[in-house]
Ligand binder design. Sequence first.
Ligand code: 5AD
Ligand code: SF4
Length: 446
Amino acid sequence: MKPTITPKTYRVKSFGCQMNVYDGERMGELLSEKGMSAAPDGEDADLVVLNTCHIREKAAEKVYSDIGRLTKGKTQKKAPMIAVAGCVAQAEGEEIMARAPAVGMVVGPQAYHRLPEMVEQAAKGQRSTDTDMPANAKFDLLPKRRRSAPNAFLTVQEGCDKFCTYCVVPYTRGAEISRPYSDLIAEAHRLVEAGAREITLLGQNVNAWSCEDEAGRTVGLAGLIHALDRIEGLARIRYTTSHPNDMDDALIEAHGEVAKLMPYLHLPVQSGSDPILKAMNRSHTAESYLKLLERFRAVRPDIALSGDFIVGFPGESEADFQATLDLVDEVRYSQAFSFKYSPRPGTPAAEMDDQFIPREVMEERLQRLQALLNRDQFAFNKAVEGQTCEILIERKGKLPGQWLGKSPWLQSVWYAEENGGEGALGDLATVKLVEAGPNSLRGELV
Ligand code: 5AD
Ligand code: SF4
């Protein structure tokens, strides 16, 4: 690679989960701190960070085609400097460096605090890779948070020790680590001072978070939520993603005790069939999962439930799949995410290759599952029609005076102010939910 110039503008493109969105925001803050600025919409950036996701198929191919698009028809002088970050960087960094000379640096999810330094090196024509995984180091080295959207993310926990047999996360994000209590309280305060009204606590296994509090007592996520509850100016608390096995009584009870804790739970189940759950190494059964949900509903009857599903896991029979449909029928999710199984290199399930389910069968099962999930999502939206609730205004709509926000149950709600008046971003507006659609609701300002 020839020497290039030091970039003045950057763009971070994040794919995949909310953890990546958080990481992408932090990378942007880091680059801004070093004097770069975010490229305006529609303009080319001098530096493009591809913050990648490896969880499902074709992740690496997508990276190569993005690189191709960024460099196509451009001279080396005009082409942006490219950084590959995130989980594909972690898993396939060396190969990317070898295959894509246009990439100036590869930086894993635990090493991105080194990004500015690596950009400087790339500007001198030196390509570099950092996929080390020292726990917690990067958080201490990131700049303090200065600006925030009304709804902010706060990573409290990273990594996963569960080793579900289909999943790459334990390999790309490493072992479970919890960020220290005092750091999180301080970051939450800063986010609120910077304009956040809602904080979503993030972690691959967010409810595995545990640490000593200021009095030296070991607390779990519920303890952290109670502490955040005391922050003035913070109106709403959410957390995601939880694992059924890390759920404790205190967290369930918190849903009945903390008014700021929103009535929403994302708890992936993946399948409703016990033999498949076993083969997935999920260490819960359909029944134990349902029992857990009942306990949440007992303390918070209106709680909105969400989940993740994989169809077509190796060996999944029609009866196994039917068990998943039965579970969905019983739970009545307010929203859910469902995916076709995708063999990930290096995971145990990818070795179960004699039992692969044909693509057409997977496709057909996914459609049947999604039809049920869509039915339930619409029904959930319909069920709150006529109610009045607060929505947190997150952005402007397309038309003047139109505002978009989230209900406590994480539904998208929009309303139009009469006379096209100016509402304020970050306000909690009280609206009557007048009309439910499959994916959103129309509200009227009260
Ligand atoms: N194939 C399909 N879906 C997967 N997920 C994780 N790994 C795979 C895979 N190999 C899904 C799970 C998880 C969500 C984040 O992605 O449902 O909960
Ligand atoms: Fe992947 Fe399972 Fe860990 Fe979730 S709990 S990140 S699905 S290994």
